[in-house]
Design a protein. Structure first.
Length: 189
């Protein structure tokens, strides 16, 4: 009695399903690798559910994109504003440091030193072009936001209601609308 091992091709043919009718049942054996059903064969409600799910997912992604885009736009706008404010603040620090030079020029002009007027006017011209404003002129209405009253005198005009600047003791300056130093003034009224 010899035992022979079955041939590999016999094993494959025995294991592989065939579409031929089974001898015992008369039915065709289905293939293991079934092909997917065509889209038309699926029920209409499944495809509508899939389409609704895809549309809902798309809308959710679109809302997220719009939200992130709006947040980024706001972030960019705030960053530009913050950088602009930092540049303005740095320039105002420089202008504040130059007030000492302007005060020295003003004192030299008051003492009658020759040649300082040109330097003072050139320095004021350059700083004014960048945003420096001189505060405190005689006979303008007194404003506590721009003036610092250190002296006062009685008004000679009885009809005057609001106090006015009678004399400027120290010139004040503003940089782009922000007061660097209020003008020290004598107030009348």
């Amino acid at each position: 009695m010899s035992t022979s091992s079955p041939d590999v091709s016999e094993l494959e043919s025995a294991a592989a399903p065939s579409d031929e009718p089974d001898a015992g049942t008369g039915e065709a054996v289905e293939s293991v690798t079934a092909e997917p059903e065509p889209a038309e064969a699926r029920s209409g409600s499944d495809s509508e559910l899939d389409l609704d799910a895809v549309v809902a997912e798309r809308d959710a992604y679109l809302e997220d994109l719009q939200r992130v885009t709006a947040e980024f736009t706001n972030f960019r706008r705030q960053t530009i504003k913050r950088n602009t404010e930092l540049v303005a603040q740095a320039a105002s620090r420089l202008a504040r440091e130059l007030l000492v030079v302007l005060d020295a020029c003003e004192a030299a002009v008051a003492q009658g030193v020759e040649g300082i007027e040109a330097l003072q006017s050139q320095l004021l011209g350059v700083l004014s072009a960048e945003g420096l404003t001189v505060l405190g002129t005689i006979d303008e209405p007194f404003d506590p936001g721009f003036h610092e009253a250190v002296m006062s005198e009685e008004s000679t005009d009885d009809g005057q209601d609001a106090p006015v600047v009678a004399e400027v003791l120290r010139t004040g300056y503003a940089w782009n609308g922000r007061v660097l130093r209020p003008a020290m003034v004598k107030v009348r009224g």
